[in-house]
Design a protein around this ligand. Structure first.
Ligand SMILES: C[S@@+](CC[C@H](N)C(=O)[O-])C[C@H]1O[C@@H](n2cnc3c(N)ncnc32)[C@H](O)[C@@H]1O
Length: 205
């Protein structure tokens, strides 16, 4: 399955999983109990997001942590340009080392919070903002306001409960300028790693 998803990037993906299982655990970014399920629950689950990302997109992964979903997405999709944004120094250090180890690729790491002007300026225009387990959707949209220019999509990996609660959040998300808000099943061929993301687009011009 991983061979199908990552193709030529499979060897780099193995190296990333190894980094998560070693350095990631030692530095407290990944719980030791997660190690046996890194592929399914974290790496393939993140790569499933690729279904919702257009060809050649400029992507920023907000609150990337140890690189999820950004790094698996970038490994599965060498056509995308990727920026990983993360405020915590320890996580940024891990991300910088992982990006250096897996490169060269059109990826970069920025330290900061999504809502900071310096981050918005450094990221520049993007087609897609991704985020996994960063904040409830209305707060996430608020933080990403500067990154979400008209036409930019937000693809959020949020878990089953947030998908269920989506209808109740629609008015608030629409007031924040988001349009075409809908759940989308992704990674159908990935067995247990298949998931549902919430997709929405910033309206206006
Ligand atoms: C629960 S972790 C999830 C990490 C990763 N996305 C994953 O799925 O494993 C949430 C991450 O969001 C980051 N974060 C919190 N507030 C943020 C903000 N305002 N802008 C960007 N990242 C933020 C945290 O530092 C943390 O790494």
């Amino acid at each position: 399955m991983a061979e199908e998803v990552f193709g030529d990037g499979l060897q780099a993906t193995r190296a990333y999983v190894e980094l998560l299982a070693t350095d990631g655990v030692v530095r407290g970014l990944i719980g030791p109990r997660e190690v046996p399920r890194l592929w399914e629950r974290h790496v393939l689950n993140s790569a499933a997001v690729a279904d919702a990302v257009p060809q050649g997109a400029r992507v920023v992964d907000v609150g990337s942590g140890a690189g999820l979903p950004g790094i698996p997405l970038g490994l599965a999709r060498p056509d995308i340009a990727l920026t990983l944004v993360e405020p915590m120094a320890r996580r940024v250090e891990f991300l910088e080392e992982a990006v250096a180890a897996l490169g060269p690729r059109p990826w970069r790491v920025l330290r900061g919070r999504a809502e900071e002007r310096s981050v918005v300026t450094a990221v520049g225009p993007v087609d897609v903002v991704t985020a996994r387990a960063v904040a409830p959707l209305p707060r996430l949209v608020g933080w990403c306001r500067g990154l979400l220019r008209p036409g930019t999509q937000l693809v959020a990996l949020v878990g089953a409960r947030a998908v269920e609660e989506l209808p109740g959040m629609l008015p608030e998300l629409e007031r924040a300028g988001m349009r075409d808000i809908h759940p989308r099943a992704v990674g159908a061929s990935l067995g247990d790693a298949a998931t549902t993301v919430v997709v929405m687009t910033r309206g206006g011009r």
